[in-house]
Write a protein that binds this ligand. Structure first.
Ligand code: FES
Ligand code: FE2
Length: 443
């Protein structure tokens, strides 16, 4: 890095190169043909436009969230009893997850079949049925319409006024019902009833890592964090497909050895490159090649409360101390030592998303283990020792993209190809996701 003092009056690089960069890219930016959105160089160079273009974003909602993909909606432990429900979203569409009287999980769209009101406004609760407040249409927990006020009209002066048409059939006017799949206590849903099975969607290798974490033990809900990040939703998928940054950006990881480039690791994708697992085993921390010159490494940093590093090896880990999974498009599944959580990506326009963390444990945990998981959860969430850095990096990346939308990202660490690796000095998972995204989006 240069130590020459800058006056602030002169550009650090010659104006000419920026000007040509800009005019060349404006040609591309104005292209209306979608085949021209992506420049010729290949998937390792990602146009800033894929993060800044509102039309592309609307297509993503259709192609990535509403069609052909299973979306995470919650944990069974969030709706343990008959009548329990939680409101959440798939893409930008509001849905309700319910457990009906028979114990079955249902997911229905939160839009009244009458005149479209988004009727459910509670985050969670327990009910026997749903009433839309506008005209009191009533639905059971499976989304079937069971009551319509004044359906047969109102008697007045010896005659019947109004009412629904004689051939009105309530069974034709339920809420939109989604296809539901559960595995290991995790609930997924899809608007697309033609979708493949959840297991086929995950693919065998990713499914095996999913089952490592959700191995049939009952889950125990520990709590939530929620944050709004002013960046494109894909940046959060990328963040957890990017093993390059954690040992450089995160002082916490590099100093205490939880995630460093010299940790034993593996990167695994499904056959499409859309889902991934980053698997790492904690090293010893301290100095060494991967920390020399790294400004975030603080040799003398220590903790006032050492319990944040009170790590206890668990049998179900089967070796790795951290497995971070990205399931496209909607969720990250995290094990970082004893802290386990799901992180739900909820897009809000092309430049913002809500990020909802559900911290959990297992019903057979001791109280001591529950406290340990809760303490280690301080690394994560909006103010986490580690994750606060990621939110800010995403926000500042989006600012960079908006500033010169004709430019592109360079994701060429480890080459330009897409392959599983047994090290983490590569951006292969990001390239894998964009190779898939281009196929799904047709760009
Ligand atoms: Fe729901 Fe009328 S809009 S009952
Ligand atoms: Fe990070």
């Amino acid at each position: 890095m240069s130590t020459t003092p800058q006056t602030g009056l002169e550009p650090a690089t010659p104006c000419t190169s920026q000007a040509s960069d800009r005019s060349e890219a404006f040609d591309r930016h104005d292209a209306s043909d979608t085949s021209e959105i992506w420049p010729a160089e290949g998937t390792s160079r990602i146009p800033f436009r894929v993060y800044t273009d509102a039309d592309l974003y609307r297509r993503e909602l259709e192609q990535c969230f509403y069609r052909g993909h299973w979306n995470y909606v919650g944990l069974e432990a969030e709706v343990p009893n008959p009548g329990d429900f939680k409101r959440t979203v798939i893409g930008e569409r509001s849905v309700i997850v319910t457990r009906d009287a028979s114990g079955e999980i249902n997911v229905v769209e939160n839009v009244c079949a009458h005149r479209g009101m988004k009727f459910c406004r509670e985050k969670r609760g327990n009910r026997t049925d749903f009433h839309c407040p506008y005209h009191q249409w009533n639905y059971d927990l499976k989304g079937n319409l069971q009551g319509v006020p004044f359906r047969r009209g109102v008697k007045q002066d010896g005659k019947v006024n109004g009412g629904m048409p004689k051939d009105f059939k309530p069974e034709d006017h339920g809420l939109t019902k989604l296809k539901v799949a559960t595995r290991g206590g995790v609930i997924f849903a899809s608007f697309d009833h033609e979708i493949e099975s959840l297991e086929a969607f995950l693919g065998p290798e990713i499914c095996a890592y999913f089952d490592r974490l959700f191995d049939g033990r009952k889950l125990k809900l520990l709590g939530y964090n929620k944050q709004r990040i002013p960046g494109n939703w894909k940046l959060m998928q990328e963040n957890i497909k990017d093993p390059y940054h954690p040992g450089l950006l995160h002082t916490w990881f590099v100093t205490f050895g939880l995630w460093r480039a010299d940790n034993k690791s593996r990167l695994v994708m499904d056959e499409h490159g859309r889902h991934a697992a980053m698997i790492s085993t904690r090293g010893q921390g301290g100095g060494g090649e991967v920390t020399s010159g790294v400004s975030s490494f603080k040799e003398t940093m220590s903790l006032n409360d050492m319990r944040f590093l009170d790590i206890v090896q668990e049998d179900w880990w089967k070796g790795p101390t951290a497995v971070l999974m990205t399931l496209f498009p909607s969720v990250i599944l995290q094990q970082q030592v004893n802290s386990v959580s799901t992180r739900h990506i909820q897009p809000r326009g092309h430049d913002s998303f809500d990020f909802v963390w559900t911290h959990f444990g297992f019903e057979d945990d001791t109280e001591e283990m529950t406290q340990r998981r809760l303490r280690q959860a301080n690394l994560f969430g909006p103010a986490g020792f580690v994750s606060a850095d990621d939110g800010e990096a995403i926000e500042c990346s989006q600012e960079g993209f908006e500033q010169k939308p004709w430019h592109r990202v360079l994701a060429e660490l480890g080459g330009t190809g897409v392959e599983n690796t047994d090290h983490m000095v590569t951006e292969t998972l990001i390239r894998g996701m964009y190779a898939y995204w281009r196929r799904v989006m047709g760009v």
